[in-house]
Design a protein around this ligand. Structure first.
Ligand code: AGP
Length: 621
């Protein structure tokens, strides 16, 4: 999740753009850049690392504070674009940092998100003679605009927009049109900041909030042309769309949190984007999963004897979901272990094993040690991580990146759902290569996975208030029991972990079938029992377990699939999630549990972003 900002107006814009990037730093990044039009050319500076590096590069570029070009020029530049990069395609290098130019260096663009069909478009454009200077998917856009440009930037952007597929937003400028920026939105957020004789465009409001509180929301599939005098929104065919401007009332702190009261709540609401970016260009086909970016050859994936997952905390729970999917779809035996146990139990790892280390930070000491141990045993090691350049990416033989963007809240949310999405991709790819599922079933699951981002937003919109209400009536409870079966069990473990780590209330998660072997003794009148009862082949079993706890007076809070009235009949409160393939329900079922834990902690006045005794990354043994 990159950060983009553009300015056109009458003020020198370099520092305004850099200040905008500073306000987007919370989105996380590994490199940055800025381009401005000055003195008959586009002047651009990019740098790997943080904004201090970019400032340094600007100074070396000959910055004199004159604020002319990016560095020095007579008339100060009053139009420009800038970017903070969260690498997804192409290594963390200066060449891959944005802004990206076209062959003639007359068009510069900044993009956030993913261009799904970048590979095929690059082939076409190279065949037409275009030369590329980066490994990124984003650079496609500047060359596509170049292909369509005939003296009208907005028309050229419409032409490019029609050919692009994916999940993105971008801003473009052309040397010959020094008072015009044109931006386009396909899913990823894009907002215009309205000023007098100047306007901004950015991926998030904080980028220009210090300059204006008047905003124009750009909706999905729209294109906006911005000049110093105003902003005109059209649909993808150029038909004008009128839009009321809004007033932003957030303070600086809220701004950094995207208008949410906490980072955790912001990140809960970023899950649709996180999952979309994690799957977008890996599911570009209808019936096949493209993991070509993962350095594991198909023959090995087809013939590996066994998979072994090692991870800690929330990542371990994502691994548990992955195990169910891989065994169910690809019929490969999958072992899983908590990394801090795996590394000391002298595990058996063999050359034809694939060991998967799941770690969002890529720096968790126990998981890294477990991965290294497996590698020493001759096994192939795959890292599933969210951070490019992290230790896990250096230790592993191959890396499958989740693309959740920086997660600041200590309690993992969007990295969990994007890890689960990544596990589904791996499971489907293994099934494809091993021929363990008919192509129609694979196509069906691919379509269902592509539908998850919108179902995530739908779920959050539907259950938010209800979860808050249940939290209000349960905030003083001193113990919670979570029960689930099959693919619902990892979701119970994760829901219980969220409650424990941010509300400090003791909670236990148990396989529902195991209850009668002991934990049922914990139940008394009013013990809240949270039950994951989404549709699945074991739902009847789950319902009979619900009856068991109800018979002991427990207060049952159930998560169920929409339309599944049987659950609502036996539970005291039911939180419904939209229907999707039963094996994919976990990505939706965790959402009400994240919110329940969140609201209970908030009701008790706790700091959910930085809970006591916890660190975001556990680099100690
Ligand atoms: C989850 O909310 C916690 N922050 C913690 O359990 C975390 O999942 C664990 O430390 C693993 O971190 P990793 O994914 O960065 O390896």
């Amino acid at each position: 999740m990159c950060g983009i900002v553009g300015y056109v107006g009458d003020r020198p814009c370099r520092d305004l753009l850099i200040a905008g990037l500073e306000k987007l730093e919370y989105r996380g990044y590994d490199s940055a850049g800025v381009s401005v039009i000055t003195d008959g050319e586009i002047d651009s500076v990019r740098a790997v690392g943080n904004l201090a590096n970019l400032r340094e590069a600007i100074d070396e570029h000959g910055g004199d504070g004159g604020d002319g070009g990016v560095a020095v020029a007579a008339p100060p530049a009053t139009i420009g674009v800038a970017h903070t990069r969260w690498a997804t395609h192409g290594r963390v290098t200066e060449e891959n940092a944005h802004p990206h130019g076209d062959c003639a260096d007359k068009i510069h663009i900044v993009l956030t998100g993913i261009v799904e069909n970048h590979a095929e478009l690059r082939k076409e454009l190279e065949a037409e003679g275009h030369t590329f200077s980066s490994e990124t998917d984003a650079e496609i856009v500047s060359h596509l605009i170049e292909r369509h440009y005939k003296d009208d930037l907005a028309a050229a952007v419409r032409g490019a927009f029609a050919e692009l597929r994916g999940h993105y937003a971008f801003v473009a400028m052309h040397l010959d049109q020094r008072d015009t920026l044109v931006a386009a939105r396909k899913e990823c957020p894009l907002i215009v900041g309205l000023g007098s004789d100047e306007n901004f465009v950015a991926s998030a409001i904080p980028a220009f909030l210090a300059e204006t509180r008047r905003v124009l929301m750009v909706e999905n599939g729209e294109i906006v042309t911005i000049t110093p005098d105003g902003a005109e929104i059209t649909d993808a065919d150029g038909n004008p769309i009128s839009r009321e401007e809004d007033e932003v009332t957030w303070d600086e702190d809220a701004a950094e949190k995207g208008g949410y009261p906490t980072f955790m709540k912001k990140e809960i609401h970023e899950q649709a984007d996180a999952v979309a970016e994690t799957i977008t260009d890996r599911l570009s086909g209808l019936d096949s999963v493209d993991l070509s970016g993962v350095d594991l050859d198909d023959e090995f994936l087809r013939t590996a004897d066994r998979l072994m997952i090692v991870a800690c905390g929330t990542s371990y729970h994502a691994g548990l979901v992955g195990r169910y999917a891989i065994e169910q779809w690809a019929r490969v035996p999958v072992g899983i272990d908590i990394a801090s146990e795996y590394r000391y139990r002298d595990p058996v790892s063999r050359p034809n094993d694939l060991v998967i280390g799941i770690t969002q930070s890529g720096e968790t000491a126990d998981t890294l040690a477990a991965m290294r141990l497996a590698g020493e045993g001759g096994s192939k090691v795959l890292a599933i991580t969210n951070i490019m350049g992290s230790q896990a990416t250096r230790d592993a033989d191959a890396v499958l990146f989740t693309r959740a963007g920086l997660e600041i809240g200590v309690a993992a949310t969007k990295t969990f759902t994007s890890q689960v999405a990544a596990m589904y991709l791996l499971a489907l790819r293994l099934a494809e290569l091993r021929g363990t599922m008919p192509p129609e079933r694979i196509a069906e699951l691919i379509a269902a996975i592509k539908g998850l981002p919108s179902k995530i937003d739908e779920t959050l919109a539907k259950v938010d208030k209800r979860a808050a209400a249940i939290a209000r009536t349960h905030k003083d409870q001193r113990f919670f029991l979570y029960l689930g079966r099959h693919i619902g069990l990892p979701i119970c473990l994760e829901g219980a972990l969220k409650l424990k780590e941010i509300s400090y209330i003791p909670a236990d998660a148990y396989a529902a079938g195991e209850m009668k072997h002991g934990p049922i003794a914990l139940l008394d009148e009013d013990t809240p029992v949270v039950c994951v009862a989404t549709d699945s082949p074991v739902l009847d079993k789950v319902l009979s377990n619900v009856e068991e706890v109800r018979a002991r007076g427990a207060d049952v809070i159930a998560v169920a699939t929409e339309g599944s009235d049987r659950v609502a009949e036996v539970a005291d409160q039911t939180l419904f999630v939209p229907r999707t393939d039963w094996m994919l329900q976990p990505i939706l079922a965790i959402l009400p549990l994240q919110l329940l834990a969140y609201y209970i902690a908030r009701e008790n006045g706790l700091n959910v972003d930085q809970p006591r005794n916890l660190a975001k990354t556990v680099t100690v043994e």
